[in-house]
Design a protein around this ligand. Structure first.
Ligand code: HEM
Ligand code: HEM
Length: 227
């Protein structure tokens, strides 16, 4: 948020809001997408993808997003803009925070409470699809939110003495396009392989030999089956 037009230092309130903006952008547009790409690119090669995914989504992103939320809330307390949750940025911000927490619970429940494959007649459990689509929707909404924050909220709330730097806007564009681009390349490259692995694993479970086809792919497969 440095400005080409103003050489004055940021006011304490601007500093506070800037920390909020940077933490939220880092959490929602860099860390969460990185955790998703770990899942998309590594899940058909190693079972440890789940550890990387959870580490980034919960342990690394969690503190960044919670701190960003607290800084945002405190920024609103300090600014005289009519209080909490009264404009689109503030409402979407609260919604995103709640959606993120809900997504953590869904992710953990997928991993720890697995229905028997017979329950869904040998098909992939719907909650696995849901978690993936919900995660992509969260990142898409966060991209809109960061854009709104940079192009509208910042100027409206701070008076725009120090406009948002062009570099921040380029960073937004870069994160959004690189993430969705890489994600769909990953889908094109690995989704069929993933479904094949999962189908074999589910089949083995249904036939009672102890493997488990849980939609997290590859469990109980031999090296030859993991093709
Ligand atoms: C995914 C990213 C973001 C989320 C989830 C988010 C969320 C929030 C939340 C929850 C608040 C407090 C609302 C309240 O207490 O009523 C807030 C305030 C604020 N945010 Fe964000 N924010 C994000 C990104 C940004 C960005 C990128 C900027 C600016 C570049 C920004 C600028 C602000 C400002 C200036 C306020 C104070 C608004 C006011 O009180 O008038 N935010 N945000
Ligand atoms: C404690 C936290 C989390 C756990 C334990 C967890 C667990 C999982 C599991 C078990 C899967 C496999 C589901 C499937 O079969 O497709 C998965 C995939 C996925 N997760 Fe999470 N997750 C967590 C947090 C998150 C968060 C916060 C997001 C995004 C906001 C997210 C986004 C995704 C996406 C997009 C996929 C699908 C990736 C792909 O295309 O393969 N996860 N996660």
């Amino acid at each position: 948020m440095s400005s080409p037009t103003s050489s004055l230092p940021l006011t304490p309130i601007e500093e506070h809001a800037r920390i909020h903006a940077h933490l939220m952008t880092l959490g929602f547009l860099a860390l969460l997408p990185a955790g998703i790409l770990v899942a998309r690119y590594f899940r058909t090669f190693t079972r440890r993808w789940w550890f990387g995914h959870t580490l980034i989504q919960a342990i690394v992103s969690g503190p960044v997003i919670i701190a960003g939320f607290v800084y945002g809330y405190q920024s609103t307390q300090r600014l005289f803009t009519g209080g909490h949750w009264n404009d689109p940025h503030k409402k979407i911000g609260l919604a995103l925070f709640i959606l993120y927490l809900v997504q953590l619970v869904i992710g953990l429940s997928i991993h720890y409470f697995k229905p028997s494959p017979t329950f869904f007649k040998g098909r992939r459990p719907p909650q696995n699809y849901f978690h993936a689509l919900f995660g992509l929707a969260i990142v898409a909404l966060a991209s809109y939110q960061v854009h709104y924050g940079m192009f509208i909220e910042w100027a409206r709330s701070t008076g725009n003495l120090h406009p948002v730097a062009m570099g921040c806007k380029h960073f937004w564009l870069g994160c959004t396009t690189v993430f969705f681009g890489l994600y769909f390349i990953g889908v094109a490259l690995f989704l069929r392989r993933q479904y094949r692995q999962e189908a074999v694993a589910r089949d083995k479970t249904l036939n009672g030999n102890g493997a488990y086809g849980d939609g997290e792919s590859g469990r109980g497969l031999t090296k030859q089956q993991k093709v």
